[in-house]
Design a protein around this ligand. Structure first.
Ligand code: ADP
Ligand code: F6P
Length: 324
């Protein structure tokens, strides 16, 4: 039976994502409402190692639900990858009396939480990443905002692309995962979507597709290229040379990680944050929160990290059918 939780900590780790603030707010206010002490750890696992920790009151999370980024700051901590760093972090948790830790981040951050749990810290992970690449969940905090930010940009580029009858390559975020590219591509009617999980570097096929489209009267050709494939500028030069069609590349970059979270991200992040606190209070630990079949659920952290996620083949196929 887990010991009674009195003090919980919350940190954000890895790439920031819109909605992380809503999750922090929910953890702090649910924790306080349930009679707990809540501590905010600054700069992810680095802040835990260096004891950069603040007591959080209700007012510390005022005016943040609508803001992108994370008020706790975030980091990719190399020191926490080492056993020494993990031990230091666990010692700080014990010293600060933190008996439950809520980690908001992606898969990497959950691996960190898994390590902390080996030192007896009760941990719960909340899926926070714009990439949607966490296997145990159909939703991650920040994806909805990021994909809509990217989509708005693509719609704008489409206007000018059509006016000039150009081909446009738009590079969206996703180093290892193509979900932003796939959703954004389907929603914008892009003629080609290049996913790190699927692209076979067959540029000739891409070129033939552009030429065929032009012959059929297409006024533009949009290619959504995921960051993991990259090289958009070089690709644009080669396509222009091979097709004779003016081709431009736009790399959307970090704008996709910022901005005010959508209603969906605020609501889901709030509910997941509250859920994590309540699960800790029920004595449930070493879990990862997810969203499956319309419900907030949680999984054992080891099982969650062992799951794999693949691109939805039907969605990918239909994206091609619809953009013909
Ligand atoms: P994300 O959480 O978005 O996947 P990262 O993969 O960069 O982002 O992970 C965030 C941080 O989590 C890393 O900088 C590191 O401090 C910690 N982390 C990642 N993998 C591990 C691991 N295997 N063991 C311990 N800590 C890890
Ligand atoms: O948070 C996810 C993500 O934005 C990926 O899509 C991207 O590849 C990566 O983070 C970039 O990370 P960094 O902030 O370290 O450049």
């Amino acid at each position: 039976m887990a010991k009674t939780i009195k003090t919980i900590g919350v940190l954000t780790s890895g790439g920031d994502a819109p909605g992380m603030n809503a999750a922090i707010r929910a953890v702090v206010r649910t924790g306080i409402a349930r009679g707990l002490k809540v501590k905010g750890i600054l700069q992810g696992y680095n802040g835990l190692i260096n004891d950069e920790i603040r007591d959080m009151e209700r007012s510390d999370v005022s005016d943040i639900i609508q803001r992108g980024g994370t008020i706790l700051y975030t980091a990719r901590s190399m020191e926490f990858m080492t056993e020494e760093g993990q031990k230091k972090a666990a010692d700080v948790c014990h010293k600060e009396g933190i008996d439950g830790m809520i980690v908001i981040g992606g898969d990497g951050s959950f691996r960190g939480a898994q390590k902390l749990s080996h030192y007896g810290i009760n941990t719960i992970g909340l899926p926070g990443t714009i990439d949607l690449d966490i296997a145990c969940t159909d939703y991650t905090i920040g994806f909805d905002t990021a994909v809509n930010t990217a989509l708005q940009a693509v719609d704008k580029i489409r206007d000018t692309s059509t006016s000039h009858e150009r081909c446009s390559i738009i590079e969206v975020m996703g180093r290892n995962a193509g979900y932003i590219a796939l959703w954004c591509g389907l929603a914008s009617g892009a003629e080609d979507i290049l996913l790190p999980e699927k692209y076979d570097n067959n540029e000739q096929e891409l070129i033939d597709h552009i030429i065929e489209g032009r012959k059929r009267g297409k006024k533009h050709h949009l290619i959504i290229n995921a960051e993991g494939i990259g090289h958009s500028s070089g690709m644009a030069r080669r396509i222009e040379a091979a097709t004779g069609i003016e081709t431009r590349a736009t790399i959307l970059g970090y704008m996709q990680r910022g901005g005010s979270p959508t209603c969906l991200d605020r609501v889901r992040a709030s509910m997941m944050g509250a859920f994590a606190v309540d699960r800790l209070l029920q004595g449930v630990t070493d879990r990862v929160v997810g969203f499956k079949e319309g419900k907030i659920v949680d999984y054992d952290i080891d099982e969650a990290l062992a799951m794999t996620k693949t691109i939805d083949e039907y969605m990918f196929e239909i994206s091609k059918v619809l953009s013909q």
